[in-house]
Design a protein around this ligand. Structure first.
Ligand code: UTP
Length: 235
């Protein structure tokens, strides 16, 4: 079990992989209900929460569609992905209408340092990275040193599990070791456990990221409460 203590009186920064919001053709209502239950419980105990939404299969379908018709420049593929993340952001803002800041944040450098509502929703910003990076930029701006990255994997492995059968899950990994596995260069629509650009940013800024599976909010609640959780701490 991994364990981490979150800073007191700071918002929780939760980056949600689009694969959780839109795992196949359409949004996953069961997941959204579980997310709502988790967020409501956090609000009840006085926590504020920033949710950064990924693009999921919507992003991938649009990227594949454009590329299937003709050669498209990477920047335009990223823009398709960005709009998918923003659509998902609006979906979340709608669900959290009563408790969320009214605007979806599209530029992390303009994130309000103080906001009244309990929830702040953010989505994609500019080409060249994923929403993981947006979440890290927001965390840094708000003085938060840890980002929770929920996606569809339980752990980061010591080697690429798609290439190596003997890859084993790890509970803690240094940024350098992680970067040696996932590389340093961005390609639109790639799905590493955590974005390479965001990894470099966290490394430089001495930030941590907890990689957890979004299928289990009890586990994420344990993490937030400083109890043992299933997942990998990148640091
Ligand atoms: P995601 O954040 O969903 O990235 O953005 P991802 O890692 O590919 O997918 P999941 O969420 O882990 O499943 C979708 C795509 O949108 C573009 C990128 O092409 C990204 O792959 N994007 C997103 C940007 O170019 N800039 C941003 O700020 C955000």
């Amino acid at each position: 079990m991994s364990k981490i203590v979150l800073q007191k009186n700071k918002p929780i920064i939760l980056s949600i992989g689009g694969s959780l919001i839109v795992p196949s053709g359409s949004p996953d209502v069961m997941f959204l209900k579980a997310l709502k239950k988790f967020v409501d419980a956090q609000i009840k105990i006085g926590n504020k929460i920033v949710i950064v939404s990924g693009g999921g299969k919507t992003a991938r379908h649009y990227i594949d569609a454009a590329s299937g018709v003709q050669k498209v420049v990477d920047e335009d593929l990223d823009w398709l992905g960005i709009h998918a993340t923003r659509l998902n952001g609006h979906l979340l803002r709608t669900i959290f209408r009563k408790v969320a800041h009214p605007a979806v944040i599209k530029d992390p450098t303009k994130t309000p340092r103080k906001w009244k509502s309990s929830v702040l929703i953010a989505a994609g910003w500019k080409p060249g990275w994923s929403t993981d990076y947006v979440a890290c930029r927001i965390a840094k701006r708000l003085g938060v040193d840890m980002v929770i990255n929920a996606s569809n994997i339980d752990y980061v492995y010591d080697k690429d599990p798609k290439k190596f059968k003997d890859a084993v899950p790890v509970e803690e990994m240094r940024w350098k070791a992680f970067q040696d596995i996932v590389g340093y260069t961005w390609h639109p629509g790639t799905s590493a456990p955590f974005d390479v650009v965001a990894s470099g940013f966290c490394h430089r800024n001495k930030m941590k990221v907890a990689i957890v599976n979004g299928d289990d909010f009890k586990n994420i609640s344990a993490l937030v409460a400083g109890r043992g959780f299933r997942g990998t701490i990148l640091e």
